[in-house]
Design a binder for this molecule. Structure first.
Ligand SMILES: [Zn+2]
Length: 110
């Protein structure tokens, strides 16, 4: 008799996570690169181009947001990865977003 134990390949996730936890994603969603990872927090950065009519020029501006990284995703992401974040309830003073998925890693072509 063989009992197949389904070993959890996924890490048990009791974190504030949109898939397993008590955080729901609603509101705005952004995509960007990971500029910094500090513990369970990641800084997401993306570039946007705006037009100044007065100078008839375009400018490249960068936007940054802090996002919470759930435990089930923290091993998948690295610096420079392209990810999606979604707005959730405020998790701390500066974190109102949670990382929802990884779109591609840094090495993959766009
Ligand atoms: Zn999770």
């Amino acid at each position: 008799m063989e009992k197949k134990k389904q070993k959890a390949t996924e890490i048990e996730c009791k974190d504030r996570c949109p898939y397993h936890g008590n955080v729901s994603v609603r509101g705005r969603r952004f995509e960007g690169e990971i500029a910094k990872i500090v513990g369970q927090r990641a800084v997401i950065e993306w570039e946007r181009i705006i037009y100044y009519p007065k100078f008839e020029r375009y400018a490249r501006l960068k936007s940054k947001l802090h996002a919470h990284v759930p435990k089930c995703l923290i091993n998948e992401i690295k610096l420079g990865d392209y990810v999606e974040i979604g707005e959730c309830r405020p998790l701390s003073k500066i974190i109102h977003f949670v990382l929802t998925k990884k779109i591609r890693s840094k090495e993959e072509k766009k």
